[in-house]
Design a protein around this ligand. Sequence first.
Ligand code: FAD
Length: 383
Amino acid sequence: MIVIGGGVIGLAVAWRLAQRGAGVVVLERDEPGRGASHVAAGMLAPVSEADPREEPLLRLGIASAQAYPGFAAAVQEASGLDPGYLRCGTLIAARDRDEAEALERELEIRTRFGLGVRRLRPTEARRLEPALSPTLRAALEVADDHAVDPRKLTAALLVALRHLGVEVRAGTEVVELALGRRQTRRAVRLRDGRRLEGDAVVVAAGVWSAELPGLPPEARVPLRPVKGQIMRLRDPAGPRLMTRALRLPGAYLVPRGDGRYVLGATVEERGFDTTITAGAMFELLRDAVELVPGIGELVIEEVLAGLRPGTPDNAPVIGAGAVAGLHWATGHYRHGILLAPITAELTAMAVLDGTSSPLGEPFSPGRFEGRAPLRAAVRSGAR
Ligand SMILES: Cc1cc2nc3c(=O)[nH]c(=O)nc-3n(C[C@H](O)[C@H](O)[C@H](O)COP(=O)(O)OP(=O)(O)OC[C@H]3O[C@@H](n4cnc5c(N)ncnc54)[C@H](O)[C@@H]3O)c2cc1C
């Protein structure tokens, strides 16, 4: 089996395939784990910003969040490395009446899906997290929304893959897919001119998945890059500021458990642009410092931007494509870290058993195939 892309999705898929006994090679044009997965905060928040009409996506996210403890433990056991899964829980905060109303929506969805949630008075929230400002208007405690460190996770997956004998070829760019209808073996052509054959090809190349040459128009899926800028912070005094992840409209703060935090994130439609702007950093800090003034004391370690792979409905594309032997595992937009375990499972089912499940069927590539590629619209400022 050939997996194109060594981000969190490609690595998780390759690991599941190899666990089930398949021979797998992962082709990554750069270093593995340096795409969107390198930038991601690692919140595991299936209900965040969910539209209740997107029930299949909610169900997929919830299933993946529930699979995470087992997935992280298995990765740790297989690699001997800590994948950075942190049972931190989350507080969702509101600063004014409009934001407090949005909390009620989240409360309603979580209650409907039987997920744990507790409405907190500001004093209760501040008792749990004393760094919160007195300007807090309302909060929800979501004890089961945790976080993972995506960089640690991809590092651990790489070692787990090595232990299973999976070759992960860094610096190996796929420049063409050769999946002709009459061929029984699937082939890819590499930048250095060589060809590689396998029984199946899984495209997990993040936002670049739509650009791979060699696919007939009816077999393509449309993707657009959605830029996200974040800031990585460190508390020289150690892990004392916040123990839980904090979400508020327009920003979030995710603890790593060791005094480091990720403050994110913008959502911008600017094509393949990954520049860092002063305005974005200003807005992230302004919103977060209003609720957690102590953020102002933290050291800035890194600022960076990544490209989320977005489909027209912002839901992932998982499953068999229009050409035999072609499989998609991409389009995970804002939830690729969360959705890695379930994507790996569903992709392995599709590739090895030729089956799908009711959970995965709404994400079939068939809903897009044949549609024109998405134009990278330029829209800024939205978060
Ligand atoms: C700022 C920000 C914050 C985020 N926060 C969260 C979060 O809190 N929780 C969450 O669940 N998700 C989050 N996400 C989303 C998440 O990062 C993505 O959905 C996820 O990383 C997608 O993983 P991937 O493996 O599909 O893509 P990527 O990580 O981008 O990996 C794709 C890989 O394919 C390789 N590739 C591309 N073309 C080729 C080719 N032709 N040949 C070989 N290799 C190729 C690339 O080099 C890259 O390494 C965030 C994203 C951003 C930008």
